[in-house]
Design a protein around this ligand. Structure first.
Ligand SMILES: NC(=O)c1ccc[n+]([C@@H]2O[C@H](COP(=O)([O-])OP(=O)(O)OC[C@H]3O[C@@H](n4cnc5c(N)ncnc54)[C@H](O)[C@@H]3O)[C@@H](O)[C@H]2O)c1
Ligand SMILES: [Zn+2]
Length: 348
């Protein structure tokens, strides 16, 4: 069992175990009221929906099951959840359990943060992506018609319990989705090695979350260094949008990291040895590193993004593994460097 303490606006513990044997000890003391709402999706419910029931046998439990998938992270489900909590007389003493992947986590977290201005939230992530990323750090959100994650809060959970046993049923696509973020951490800190990535165990999740925890503690509301966690995401998000969200987030982040390495190479003049180490990491999750979109279309998509500052973006570049920094860079310069990379492999 691994544990981590997060000291942000709320102090809380993360437990990473191979089963639920520490759940009573680590989580139950925080579940104070009479009522518990377990929020999950239909797939998780079918696979392991009853796994937490025994722990709450003495409580009044309601289960809210949403349809799986990003489309469920919407205002309608948010309203459904908070109305259900109200109909069942939930008070500020009571608890919401987010039991599922990042979609359930973001939606349940947003509901828990707003219902009565905030009730206890416990995260029990069931995807690799949620385990290494979304369940920790306190970002909650729903999507609006105008775009993803446009409405949300910063609201830390009271505890995060990761049972790697839940991850065993994940399809390869979802493992690869999570590995995209794992590889990102390996660029941000040299504590995660490509040999760790192959193991995909509790120790790996611990190492990743330690990196995220350290960054979140320094900059909970992303006014500075938390943006480092966007490594690979500037181009990755653009590719995700260009694919009409058909490609998974993690798959796009990996492609985005390829561009980030190529752009860093051009900014800093990285040595061949450093670039080779970086490509070893990029290849460690068996992702497809190719990109079907031109530098022109990616740059166009970045220009349309709300995260740009005039004609520039804050881009996360890497000098070496564990040495990432945020550089303000013109989108036109990004485009030129991406075009240069494009022509370099076309000429091979
Ligand atoms: N809050 C944050 O900091 C943060 C960070 C990264 C991503 N996110 C958000 O997370 C979401 C993506 O999360 P995700 O990738 O976990 O997606 P997801 O929640 O949609 O889960 C992916 C799929 O896996 C299924 N699933 C879940 N657990 C399973 C299990 N144990 N076995 C088999 N199948 C299982 C789900 O039903 C779903 O079909 C996005 O909405 C993204 O915006 C949030
Ligand atoms: Zn991401």
């Amino acid at each position: 069992m691994y544990e981590l303490k997060v000291r942000a606006s709320k102090t809380y513990d993360i437990t990473i175990a191979e089963d639920l044997s520490f759940f009573s000890e680590r989580v139950m003391p925080l579940v104070k009221g009479e009522s518990v709402a377990i929020i999950t999706d239909d797939k998780v419910n079918a696979l392991c929906g009853g796994a937490l029931d025994d722990f709450f046998a003495a409580k009044r439990v309601i289960k809210i099951v949403i349809r799986h998938g990003e489309k469920s992270k919407d205002a309608a489900n948010f309203m459904k959840i908070i109305n259900t909590l109200a109909e069942h007389g939930f008070t500020r003493e009571d608890t919401v359990i987010a039991f599922g992947g990042g979609v359930v986590g973001d939606l349940a977290g947003f509901a828990a943060s707003t219902y009565m201005r905030g009730i206890t939230l416990i995260a029990v992530p069931t995807t690799l992506l949620a385990a290494v990323d979304s369940s920790v750090g306190g970002k909650t959100a729903i999507d609006l018609n105008a775009g993803k994650n446009l409405c949300g809060t910063f609201y830390q959970p009271s505890a995060v319990y990761i049972n790697t046993g839940f991850l065993k049923t994940l399809p390869v696509k979802e493992i690869k989705n999570g590995l995209g973020e794992v590889i990102k951490y390996a660029f941000l800190s040299d504590t995660v090695k490509d040999t760790d990535i192959r193991k995909r165990d509790a120790a790996l999740i611990y190492k990743c979350l330690k990196i995220k925890r350290d960054i979140v503690e320094k900059d909970e509301r992303e006014s500075g260094c938390r943006a480092l966690l966007n490594f690979g995401h500037t181009v990755g998000h653009a590719i995700e949008k260009l694919s009409g969200y058909k490609l998974s987030h993690g798959a796009c982040v990996v492609k985005g990291m390829v561009y980030a390495v190529e752009i860093s190479k051009r900014i800093y003049g990285l040595s061949d040895g450093t670039v080779a180490k970086m490509y070893a990491l990029l290849n460690s999750g068996k992702h497809d590193l190719s990109c079907a979109y031109s530098a022109e279309s990616i740059a166009g998509q970045i220009s349309a993004d709300k995260k740009r500052y005039g004609d520039s973006v804050n881009f996360v570049a890497v000098k070496d593994l564990g040495r990432a920094e945020i550089v303000k860079i013109k989108i036109s310069d990004l485009k030129d460097m991406m075009s240069d990379y494009e022509s370099s492999f076309k000429s091979v």
